[in-house]
Design a protein around this ligand. Structure first.
Ligand SMILES: O=C(O)/C=C/C(=O)CC(=O)CC(=O)O
Ligand SMILES: [Ca+2]
Ligand SMILES: [Mg+2]
Length: 394
């Protein structure tokens, strides 16, 4: 038997205990919990086959009562004696995509981001379209191209047409960008025809991850009207490896922003709330932005209520992301198109003037939130490196 010592300032302390899917050399991916610098193998520690699977989905489908029970048992394990073979150093494991993604939806919940994109992309119109404060605008993305943190991102090819070009051409994107977001993972689904009420959010949502919604701005700018983002965003979306359970975010809950005009009844909450989560975006190792989640206009519960308001079912493994997180300052913007104002105001990165991503660039997004014990809750990181397009012969 062994014991785990968690450093006092660890972002993976007892108040966090996030879930992920890991493997060690020569073994199959399975569910683990992060505690300090260790990973606890839950199948080995608890003897429950639901954790021997290569995704969290089977456990997520068991529902809120079971999630709470397992969280209490894991806290006991981590503070007591645990079989040696059930503990691995975090540095010695490989992390995988934590969930088998069912559906993927991306919202647009930051007023700052939506206003900035409006100004950059539609300079002759009002920055916010008339619907924006009445409903959480979103689009359905591509679940099959959600990838684990660390996966290389192949520069996508597509049709590009700048406003001053007379015809489109096909080729590698010249305006490859990031979007720093928070993603929510649905554990328990809903029945077709039954909307999820804002009050039932915690019955359905298991936890949160970091998301980078890679975006090819030239492909997007040409294809998006009138139906919205398509191939400019569907080539890859990266998520962090550790799913932070909702209970770990109790101390991060803050009152939501005032919503004016008042929202329709199905979007109301008895107590509207947001989350005080601080993100950090690094470009080739240099911190270039600190997006504040606390400024988001639409809440996680409102987004889920809206997603199901028409009776669309949600399912175990659904991922819905907040949309790009941007604050009012330049150094709080969550996409490079905003930081560089459409590429017109380059940013100095490691001594070079930069606008969009080049091959070989690496982006890492991290985040932390206050913990109930006075420490910090860490989200780990979502990273990705840009690699050149494959030669497809076109
Ligand atoms: O305003 C637009 O036309 C486009 C906006 C985006 O690209 C943002 C998007 O994907 C949603 C978000 O991340 O907020
Ligand atoms: Ca996005
Ligand atoms: Mg994407």
């Amino acid at each position: 038997m062994t014991t785990i010592t968690i450093p006092d300032d660890s972002p993976f302390g007892l108040s966090n205990l996030p879930y992920g899917v890991f493997s060690t050399p020569g073994t199959a991916p399975r569910v683990g919990v992060r505690a300090g610098d260790s990973v606890v193998d839950l199948a080995a520690a608890l003897g429950d086959e639901v954790f021997a699977r290569p995704s969290l989905n089977a456990f997520l489908a068991q529902g809120r009562a079971r999630w709470d029970e397992v969280r209490a048992r894991v806290a006991d394990l981590v503070t007591g004696e645990i079989p040696d073979h059930a503990v691995h150093p975090a540095a010695a494991v490989t992390m995988h995509l934590p969930i088998e993604v069912a559906d993927y939806v991306d919202f647009y919940a930051s007023e700052q981001h939506a206003s900035n994109l409006g100004r950059i992309l539609r300079p002759d119109s009002e920055p916010l379209l008339p619907n924006w404060k009445h409903l959480p605008v979103g689009y359905h993305g591509r679940a099959g191209t959600v990838v684990a943190s660390g996966t290389d991102i192949v520069r996508p090819c597509g049709q590009r047409k700048a406003p001053d070009e007379s015809a489109p051409t096909f080729g590698p994107t010249r305006r490859l960008d990031i979007e720093a977001e928070l993603g929510f993972i649905v554990g328990t689904g809903s029945a077709l025809g039954d909307p999820v009420r804002t009050a039932d959010f915690a019955e359905h949502v298991f936890g949160a991850v970091l998301v980078n919604d890679w975006s090819a701005r030239d492909i997007q700018g040409w294809e998006y009207q009138p139906l919205g983002p398509h191939l400019g965003k569907s080539f890859a979306t990266s998520t962090s490896a550790w799913v932070v359970p909702l209970q770990a975010l109790q101390a991060a809950r803050i009152p939501g922003p005032e919503q004016d005009p008042a929202v329709l009844p199905y979007l109301r909450e008895t107590e509207q709330w947001g989350l005080d989560i601080a993100l950090e975006v690094s470009w080739n190792g240099q911190v270039v932005s600190r997006p504040p989640y606390r400024d988001m206009y639409w809440s996680p519960a409102q987004m889920l209520a809206h997603l199901t308001a028409n009776g669309a079912a949600c399912r175990t493994g659904d991922l819905y992301a907040s949309g790009t997180i941007s604050g009012p300052q330049r150094e709080q913007r969550g996409a490079f198109i905003e930081v560089t104002w459409g590429g017109q105001q380059p940013l100095e990165v490691a001594g070079q003037q930069r606008t969009f991503l080049e091959d070989g660039d690496e982006v890492a997004i991290t985040a932390s939130a206050p913990a109930v014990d006075g420490g910090r809750i860490g989200f780990g990181e979502v990273t990705g490196r840009i690699v050149p397009p494959r030669d497809t012969g076109v």
